[in-house]
Write a protein that binds this ligand. Structure first.
Ligand code: PRP
Ligand code: URA
Length: 208
């Protein structure tokens, strides 16, 4: 899977230990999701296009660069909210396109319940962000929704993936880059990632 990027950064591994720990309480968990979102944003934006421009320093004119074109981030509600916040700390002037998908606990199918994607599209790239890639259903659907907006380039950013979901997402959308912090062993019999971190939405928002 050549378009799958798994973080190799030691700071990421350090934060992942804290995130996975069952004793990490919601406020710290949410803070860690934001920090991991910033690290993943830094990795995922490393090949963005630049536009040259001339600026003046206090001493003289010089050549400088700005990011070319608009950048969008689509948090998949709810759990994607913390990741999107971390992304915005790296690139504050992103457009945030909210998309609500809820996984039916029985069928494991993703259901769309909220969509605030604008109709006018002026982005060079949009990142769908959602911490958990389990069966892959939610991520595949999120990218399907974004593809209907004809954005030139799409990527997915997640924290933990199960091999099954990662394979399904790469096969359904071979044209996108996928950035994750860590790849786990698999899924349990109710579709949770193991060893995982539990329910990423509940742990961020204290709803147990
Ligand atoms: C979780 C998670 C993903 C999805 C992953 O969301 O944030 O969106 O499940 O599972 P999948 O790969 O099998 O589709 P959930 O539906 O629990 O909603 P929440 O974010 O509101 O907690
Ligand atoms: N959603 C989560 O929040 N955690 C999982 O392990 C799977 C889906």
């Amino acid at each position: 899977m050549p378009r799958v990027h798994i973080s190799q950064h030691p700071v990421m591994a350090h934060k992942m230990r804290l995130l996975r720990d069952r004793h990490t309480a919601s406020p710290e968990f949410y803070q860690l999701v934001k920090e991991i979102g910033s690290l993943l944003a830094y990795e995922a934006t490393s090949s963005l296009a630049l536009r040259e421009q001339t600026i003046e320093t206090p001493l003289q004119e010089t050549k400088a660069y700005r990011l070319a074109g608009g950048i969008g981030v689509t948090p998949v509600l709810r759990a994607g909210l913390g990741l999107a916040e971390g992304f915005r700390q790296v690139i504050p002037d992103v457009q945030v396109w909210h998309l609500g998908l809820r996984r039916d606990e029985r069928t494991l199918q993703a259901l769309e319940y909220y969509n605030r994607l604008p109709h006018e599209v002026d982005l060079q790239v949009c990142y769908a962000v959602d911490p958990m890639l389990a069966t892959g259903g939610s991520a595949i659907d999120a990218i399907n929704v974004l593809k209907r907006r004809n954005i030139p380039r799409l990527s997915y950013i997640g924290i933990i993936a199960a091999p099954y979901g990662l394979l399904r997402l790469s096969q359904a959308h071979p044209d996108i880059d996928i950035y994750i912090a860590e790849l786990d062993e698999g899924l349990n019999d109710v579709g949770y990632i193991v060893p995982g971190l539990g329910d990423a939405g509940d742990r961020q928002f204290g709803t147990f």
